[in-house]
Design a protein around this ligand. Structure first.
Ligand code: ADP
Ligand code: MG
Length: 682
């Protein structure tokens, strides 16, 4: 024994183990105590009774009362065999599954698991499964009656996500023919449950009163020009002047959250020890799960936590200890213009219903305060009462493709809870026809069937299937994987901006555009043996790359299922790769204008290159571009673009792009060198 230890009293052999057991027992008791203290618990037996009696039950209760984490556990405790619970957001599915596994004292992925796109964390033993509503939708393809589940819990129904709405329609159908063999619970955090009830043939509604403390609401006197900045100032003011209690800030996405994080870190650095520590915890969709855990960790005495969250914190996850809410009043929303067929991501004002939910997060454990960074006038006059259901403001192509492949041909008669405008349905049928997924009778083609099998939006699915013809399925799979994790691939530390930009520019060398940039980046990382060191040296986020690799592996396995032959052309020959992408994304083509901006070919309007694109500062701009997505900030920006030749469009979709519309026009006079065009975005 080392000299230092020799004098210590001899510890009995089993004491550590015993201590551990005792500690675990204590913890288990504490968890059960916590569970019993939730509002849902008092209604446990009544709820179970109702579920046994009625096939469909609507449950309404305040966020945090135990709908998501408790009801599935009650059901299992009461002898139901298997429960599936849907969530509109992947982060929520992962985080609540982790919580429930912890409460049940089991390993995540065994009895309790989750399944989200490109990530299946379940096993044969799984009895409680949290899934995104989109994943459950896909399950209908392989198992049209969802036989694997005894109870289907459609959670967060008030969110009215597109997939939730469709799932409800399909469930309504199967609940009829599965009869007593299946139970359905629709859960909502808001009061307007009548609609769900009447949709499900007057299903009974169980309202569980929550606890709620008063929340004082404050408005700004004048509108805030920069709400990220204003949020940070408010955080610091609360930290300096208000009693203990954590802060929750609602921002619209990762970029804003990262910006706010940086501002807060900078401004708290020099504050010294007079003020307590400010712990900054972000949460957004692509944040890796180990980092999400931080928002749930109890705040140490004397410190204050500030959670920077997207809409996920509105109702999907409950963060303990929040006393102050800062609500700038915006969220990011997909919006679709059925007239032009354009879909884009917009930052839009939240609805009054959303603002109320946000404020409510401050009053869960004690009276709280909500600081709204907009005027009371704006709340009363400029905000909508309710959020428009996603189904009414989205590109329906993916859903339509899925419904058709489920054999639901007559979409006009589908029992939607709120039917989308017929115009939007028609648009998506046209789109699918142009992609070759439908024939001229509106029936699914073989190509369409294969597209539906891929968990990708139709344009991406088509590109992947077209890659077979161009012998580059390997490269398109990589691009697809990288796009699915994108916006978080490259980073740009403040002190090393130049080096980071140079590293990124090196991937762009060789041309083609942002898709090729992503491909080269992945290929080089792979050639470097997936090295972390390589990521550091090239200013690439290791976490993001690893996720891309996971997605790649999943997609690669899927290729086999839809029988796409694997071929590779390498990264040197970009033409076949870009042609395959064109086969999917020809809808998003645009042409250079004299003013240096671009104009979309179909439903012409002006779009600009996003500042993050490798073409943003290019001296010479390509004549033709195809964009991956549109984002609307100050202007309409194309994020991720690639370069094409006009006649490829005709080759890809002859009936959509007529040959004469996409002539190369090499003789037409166009300025070769253009000044820097495009705007600034935050
Ligand atoms: P609901 O679905 O009704 O909004 P949940 O079932 O999500 O409610 O949450 C119930 C309670 O469980 C919350 O009030 C919170 O106290 C607790 N809880 C949920 N997730 C976590 C977590 N990750 N860490 C700690 N507590 C949690
Ligand atoms: Mg919930």
């Amino acid at each position: 024994l080392p000299a230092k230890l020799q004098g210590l009293p001899h510890l009995p052999q089993r004491s550590f183990a015993q201590q551990r057991i005792a500690k675990r027992k204590e913890e288990r008791e504490r968890i059960q105590e916590e569970r019993r203290s939730l509002p849902m618990y008092a209604h446990r037996d009544a709820l179970i009774k109702a579920i046994k009696q009625y096939q469909v039950v609507i449950v309404q209760s305040e966020t945090g009362s135990g709908k998501t984490t408790q009801i599935p556990q009650y059901l299992i405790e009461e002898g139901f065999g298997s429960v599936v619970c849907t969530q509109p957001r992947r982060v929520a599915a992962m985080s609540v599954a982790a919580r429930v596994a912890y409460e049940m004292g089991v390993k995540l992925g065994n009895e309790v698991g989750y399944s989200i796109r490109f990530e299946d964390c379940t096993s044969d033993q799984t009895v409680i499964k949290y899934v995104t509503d989109g994943m459950l939708l896909r399950e209908f393809l392989s198992e049209p009656d969802l036989k694997a589940y005894d109870v289907i819990l459609i959670d967060e129904a008030h969110e009215r996500s597109m997939s939730t709405d469709i799932v409800m329609g399909l469930i309504k159908d199967i609940s009829r023919f599965r009869g007593d063999d299946v139970r359905v619970i629709i859960s909502s955090a808001t009061m307007d449950t009548e609609k769900f009830s009447s949709y499900f043939d007057d299903a009974p509604i169980y309202s569980v009163p929550g606890r709620r403390y008063d929340v004082d609401i404050y408005y700004t006197k004048t509108p805030e020009p920069d709400y990220v900045e204003a949020s940070c100032v408010s955080v610091l003011q609360i930290h300096a002047s208000q009693p203990a209690g954590d802060i929750l800030v609602f921002l619209t996405g990762q970029e804003e959250i990262e910006a706010a994080e940086e501002i807060l870190r900078e401004r708290t650095r020099g504050l010294g020890s007079k003020l307590g520590e400010l712990i900054i915890a972000p949460i957004y969709a692509t944040l890796p799960s180990e980092m999400q855990a931080k928002i749930f960790e109890p705040t140490p005495e004397g410190a204050r936590k500030v959670v920077l969250a997207t809409n996920i914190a509105e109702t999907s996850v409950t963060i303990p200890g929040i006393v102050y809410v800062i609500d700038p009043g915006f969220c990011k929303q997909k919006s679709y213009n059925a007239k032009t067929g354009m879909e884009s991501l917009l930052v839009v004002p939240v609805s009054r219903a959303g603002a109320k939910q946000r404020a409510g997060r401050a009053g869960r454990t004690q009276p709280g305060k909500c600081f709204r960074l907009y005027t009371k006038w704006s709340y009363m006059n400029e905000m909508e009462e309710d959020t428009v259901p996603e189904l009414l403001r989205t590109n329906l192509s993916q859903v339509v493709l899925l419904l058709l492949s489920l054999g639901i041909d007559n979409l006009i008669d589908f029992d939607f809870i709120d039917a989308p405008p017929p115009e939007a349905l028609l648009r998506s049928l046209e789109h699918l026809y142009a992609l070759g997924a439908l024939n001229d009778k509106g029936k699914l083609t073989k190509l369409g069937r294969r597209m539906a099998e891929l968990p990708l939006e139709p344009m991406m699915a088509k590109a992947l299937l077209a890659s077979e013809k161009y012998k580059c399925s390997e490269e398109v799979t990589v691009i697809c994987s990288m796009l699915s994790v994108n916006n978080a691939v490259f980073y740009r530390p403040k002190q090393k901006k130049m080096m980071a930009d140079a590293a990124r520019a090196a991937f762009a060398r060789g041309g083609g555009g942002d898709h090729m940039t992503l491909l080269r980046c992945y290929a080089q990382w792979r050639d470097a043996g997936f090295s972390t060191q390589w990521c550091y040296e090239h200013f690439v986020q290791t976490r993001t790359m690893k996720r891309a690799r996971d997605v790649y592996e999943q997609l690669d396995a899927l290729l086999e299922r839809v029988e796409i032959d694997r071929h590779s052309v390498g990264t040197g020959d970009k033409v076949p790769i870009l042609k395959a992408l064109t086969a999917g994304f020809f809808y998003n083509a645009c042409r250079l204008q004299k003013n240096g901006h671009y104009r979309t070919l179909k439903n012409p309007h002006t779009v600009r290159i996003h500042p993050s694109s490798c073409f943003a500062n290019a001296e010479i701009r390509p004549r033709w571009l195809i964009y991956h997505e549109l984002v609307f900030t100050t202007k309409e920006f194309m994020r991720q673009v690639f370069e094409i030749e006009g006649n490829w469009l005709h080759e890809a979709a002859p009936h959509f792009h007529k040959a004469e519309d996409v002539l190369e026009e090499s003789k037409r006079k166009m300025p070769k060198v253009l000044g820097k065009a495009g705007g600034k975005v935050r």
